[in-house]
Design a protein around this ligand. Structure first.
Ligand code: ZN
Length: 528
């Protein structure tokens, strides 16, 4: 249990360590009740009202604020009180949580709830902080958002199973050794805790019931004028409109044209169906570190044009690109440069030549994220409750990538979907009361509950949720009715328009669908 707290403190510490001057005092807005995704902008006067309302307990607030600051200073790595104050004010401002709530989160088990705020663009942009933005960077080959590696918490893994009678205990997974973990061997020197730090390594034999969050307790920030205006600016610049110009490519000099082809055919397959968004530039990185200089320079000027961000980029994402070459990694990340004067999108992938058809499928998957982000006009959509659920983001990306890969003859859609169904059902057998709705409510909480389930739910179950919705409407409705309507109607409104039922109704019907025999489930799949 300590580990999660420590991890979160480290996250904050890292963040605080790189915070430069955080100008001015941020206005503290009273906690807001649950809001519909699209809410009316709060005029300036309302902010004043909020402050007035807060005046009753002003001295009280000050004491609570100071208490939280002192706690963080005690726990932190020796940052100045000004920096800690800045972090505290930003979390309060972004989250709407009270000081005491935040204090409890840091000292309790739900500090990860604060991650979205700690990773938000505002830390990067307004406070000049180089935070870790999971929406724009990642390390997982499957997932540009690649956040799940760092947000897992195995601290509740208490007992290793020692006899067959034990139930509330964990076991190593049968394929744990594939992931360099599993039971200790003579040569493994890592501690059990370290070897547990991979979601594929262990699984609880029996899970305690998952306690769902009460959705009505979720709080989102209302859209403010500034956010609305920057979204409108993006729309005016054509961020959410298809372009005549397809993606362009940068290949490091050590790679052959085979690598280019692997990526290009995946991106092109997705562009043919979804349209070209961006403008987008694709960086394909090999394994010669000296060849990355040129790629980093090109990438940084493509992704940024503000002098300070441009200057920082080589030491930030530039390092990620260098490391791709250094480790010969096949990882990938996407970047959505909404605040650039002429906005751009980019996708960076390492050594795709080793992956063949699979590399093309991954490229198509990542392009779906470019498309999804083109229809998301808000850099901090999650803070405002305007983000599609993660199962929809990942499930749809994988569903379409497999569908297109089958059309091109690279991979069997049916086989991959059958495998995803098996994974989905195995997880349901293991953890019967956990649903994708829980994942939508709090991916951190689900990740902490059962590391393994996190990936399965967002990909495999998400693919099947996509299949259900496509069957309910059509593939075209999924991509060309749902996504383009999110800006105007919000996620829930666009969902209802595209699929003819509310998200809540869907969650109920989808659970019923998951009870059907496999042949009836497979029968809903479209034929690529
Ligand atoms: Zn993904």
């Amino acid at each position: 249990m300590v580990k999660r707290v420590v991890t979160s403190i480290v996250t904050l510490a890292v963040l605080m360590g790189v915070l430069v001057a955080c100008g001015g005092t941020t206005v503290v807005v009273a906690p807001t009740p649950e809001l519909e995704p699209i809410v009316e902008e709060i005029p300036e006067e309302d902010h004043a009202d909020d402050e007035e309302e807060g005046n009753d307990g002003h001295a009280h607030d000050d004491a609570e604020r100071q208490f939280l600051i002192n706690t963080l200073l005690d726990l932190g790595p020796g940052d100045s009180p000004e920096v800690v104050e800045c972090v505290v004010d930003l979390i309060v401002d972004l989250s709407g949580f009270g000081y005491i709530e935040i204090e409890q989160m840091f000292l309790g088990l739900v500090a990860s709830e604060l991650d979205p705020y700690l990773e938000s663009e505002r830390f990067r942009q307004e406070c000049d902080a180089v935070g870790y933005s999971y929406s724009s960077r990642g390390d997982s080959v499957e997932d540009s958002h690649g956040d799940y590696h760092e947000r897992l918490d195995y601290s509740d893994v208490d007992w290793e199973c020692e006899s067959s009678e034990q139930e509330m205990c964990w076991e190593w997974t049968s394929n744990a050794s594939q992931y360099g973990c599993g039971p200790a061997t003579e040569t493994s020197s890592d501690s059990t805790q370290e070897r547990l730090a991979d979601e594929f390594c262990w699984v609880h034999k029996i899970y305690r019931p998952y306690v769902s969050l009460d959705s009505s307790e979720q709080r989102f920030r209302p859209l403010n004028r500034e956010t609305r205006e920057s979204a409108q600016r993006l729309a005016d610049l054509g961020w959410n409109k298809p372009l005549d110009t397809p993606a362009t490519y940068f290949l490091t000099s050590d790679l052959s044209s085979d690598s280019l082809e692997v990526v290009k055919r995946g991106i092109q397959a997705a562009e043919e169906y979804l349209g070209s968004y961006g403008p987008m530039r694709v960086y394909i990185i090999g394994s010669d570190t000296s060849a990355t200089d040129e790629a980093i320079e090109d990438y940084c000027s493509w992704a940024y044009d503000r002098a300070d961000l441009l200057e920082r980029c080589p030491n930030d994402q530039g390092v990620g690109i260098y490391e791709m070459a250094y480790y010969g990694g096949s990882n990938a990340f996407a970047q959505h440069s909404r605040r650039r004067s002429s906005p751009t999108q980019s996708f960076v992938i390492g050594n795709p030549g080793n992956m063949g058809d699979y590399g093309s499928k991954i490229s198509a998957h990542e392009y779906v994220h470019i498309f999804q982000n083109a229809h998301n006009l808000y850099a901090e959509a999650d803070v405002f409750g305007l983000e599609s659920p993660i199962w929809m983001e990942e499930g749809a990306a994988e569903f379409l990538a497999l569908y297109l890969a089958d059309q091109k003859g690279w991979i069997s859609f049916e086989q991959e979907m059958a495998f995803a169904l098996e994974q989905t059902q195995d997880l349901r057998d293991l953890v019967p009361d956990l649903t994708i709705r829980d994942l939508a409510d709090s991916r951190d909480r689900v990740g902490s509950y059962c590391g393994l389930c996190f990936g399965v739910m967002q990909y495999a179950t998400g693919q099947w949720a996509t299949a259900w919705l496509v069957n309910q409407s059509s593939l075209d409705d999924f991509f060309f009715t749902f996504y383009p309507n999110v800006y105007e109607l919000g996620v829930d409104g666009a969902f209802e328009k595209a699929f003819g039922l509310t998200m809540e109704e869907f969650y109920v019907e989808f659970e019923e669908f998951l009870e059907l025999p496999a042949d009836q489930q497979m029968a809903i799949l479209p034929n690529p």
